[in-house]
Design a protein around this ligand. Structure first.
Ligand code: IMP
Ligand code: MG
Length: 219
């Protein structure tokens, strides 16, 4: 992906976002959020386009979509719905199967150095397959680099990574996914299945968590 293509999806550091009361936000989270940074409708519109790009590039063969749990589940479901719609409405279509893996690397708002696989099917079922890894957000890149190296031991035919978000941070290893929904500022984001200690997955929009909330939901 070239830089000019990326710019359209880059959310700047000084992005003001949207006031919470412009949209519907669960009452139990009103005190915890500063602003909506990516409204749900915009996420859906961008996801529709990512689905089209992915089918264009990978559509020749059976795709195994691998969801990185838990944060990836909403994006995964919506992305697959758009891929299914393309399959249903075009002369060409591609078989799609699904797989799940659960990884954990976060405590409070800090990425830890250890990325743990804590569930999912045997990766060996992906040998010889075209795999699309579906992730919510790439920050340091460590989670994805770990998963890619685990996966390469199983010799898949092709591996592509789509991440809804990539964080602009000095902590990045430099890793970039093949498909990116939005590039976001270096803040802690929640909503659309992105969590803070398991809270905020039940929020539709992507929002910035405020400092009080980090304290309130700390473990
Ligand atoms: P990385 O290994 O540092 O790239 O972090 C990737 C994982 O950390 C993601 O899959 C998320 O689960 C989690 N993560 C990173 N940044 C955020 C955030 O701002 N909000 C919620 N989860 C995050
Ligand atoms: Mg994740």
């Amino acid at each position: 992906m070239d830089v000019s293509e990326l710019c359209r999806s880059v959310i700047p550091d000084d992005e003001k976002g949207y006031k919470l009361d412009l949209f519907c936000v669960p009452k139990h989270y009103e005190e915890d959020l500063d602003q909506v940074i990516i409204p749900h409708g915009l996420i859906m519109d961008r996801t529709e386009r990512l689905a089209r790009d992915i089918v264009r590039d990978m559509g020749g063969h059976h795709i195994v979509a691998l969801c990185v749990l838990k944060g990836g589940y909403t994006f995964f479901a919506d992305l697959l719905d758009y891929i299914k719609a393309l399959n249903q409405n075009s002369d060409k279509s591609v078989p799609l199967t699904v797989d799940f893996i659960r990884l954990k690397s976060y405590c409070n708002d800090q990425s830890t150095n250890i990325v743990k696989v804590i569930g999912g099917d045997e990766l060996s079922t992906l040998t010889g397959k075209n795999v699309l890894i579906v992730e919510d957000i790439v920050e340091t890149g460590r989670t994805m680099e770990t998963l890619l190296s685990l996966l390469s031991e199983c010799n898949p035919k092709m591996v592509k990574v789509v991440s809804l978000l990539v964080k602009r941070t000095p902590r990045s290893s430099g890793y970039r996914p093949d498909y990116i929904g939005f590039e976001v500022p270096d803040s802690f984001l929640v909503g659309y299945a992105l969590d803070y200690n398991e809270y905020f997955r039940d929020l539709s929009h992507i929002c910035i968590l405020n400092e009080n909330a980090k304290e309130k939901y700390k473990v």
